[in-house]
Design a binder for this molecule. Structure first.
Ligand code: PNS
Length: 162
């Protein structure tokens, strides 16, 4: 069984992430989405919320599993019986960072390789941070994120106002 791990922060997941997930799921038998537990970052969404949003947005794709992980991504991949890491490439800026990360990961463990997907050009300028900023300034983000993410953002806003 071929397994690919798609790691990231997913704070929150965007339609760019979803596009990469769909394309990976069409190629691999099993796609494991790994959300990094990062003590150094203050996320907008808790790990539970991020897991929930990804599960909801991918509920029509049967071969998806969602987990959180800490430590090295190659160790997580090994634990999941995966030999491939997936990343999306939006631009040359991404490329420099991603190339370095892929090379470091391969140096740590040469049994784990990284595969890149060129992201959908229609939304290649979208990032999780841009989505959060646009939402903050009350801009329309319906083209950029799955519906459940907008639902979660609205819930947060209501909790805050209460
Ligand atoms: O969505 P992001 O924040 O761009 O994802 C980055 C991620 C989670 C893929 C990366 O930070 C990661 O793999 N972190 C785990 C630590 C690790 O394995 N580091 C070695 C590669 S430099």
């Amino acid at each position: 069984m071929s397994t690919a791990v798609y790691p990231g922060s997913f704070d929150p997941m965007t339609n760019g992430h979803l596009d990469v997930i769909r394309r990976t799921a069409a190629i691999f038998d099993r796609v494991v989405i790994g959300i990094l537990i990062n003590q150094n970052k203050q996320p907008m969404f808790s790990l539970e919320e991020r897991v929930e949003m990804i599960r909801e947005a991918t509920k029509d794709i049967p071969n998806i599993e969602v987990y959180t992980f800490s430590g090295l991504v190659v160790e997580f991949a090994k634990k999941m019986n995966a030999s491939v890491l997936i990343r999306g490439l939006r631009s040359m800026v991404d490329f420099e960072y991603e190339l370095q990360m892929a090379q470091i990961n391969r140096k740590i463990d040469d049994e784990i390789d990284t595969l890149f997907f060129a992201t959908n050009p229609e939304i290649s300028y979208v990032s999780s941070s841009a989505v959060k900023e646009l939402w903050h300034y009350r801009q329309d983000i319906t083209d950029y994120v799955p519906e459940c993410v907008i639902g979660k953002l609205e819930e947060k806003e209501n909790d805050y106002e209460r």
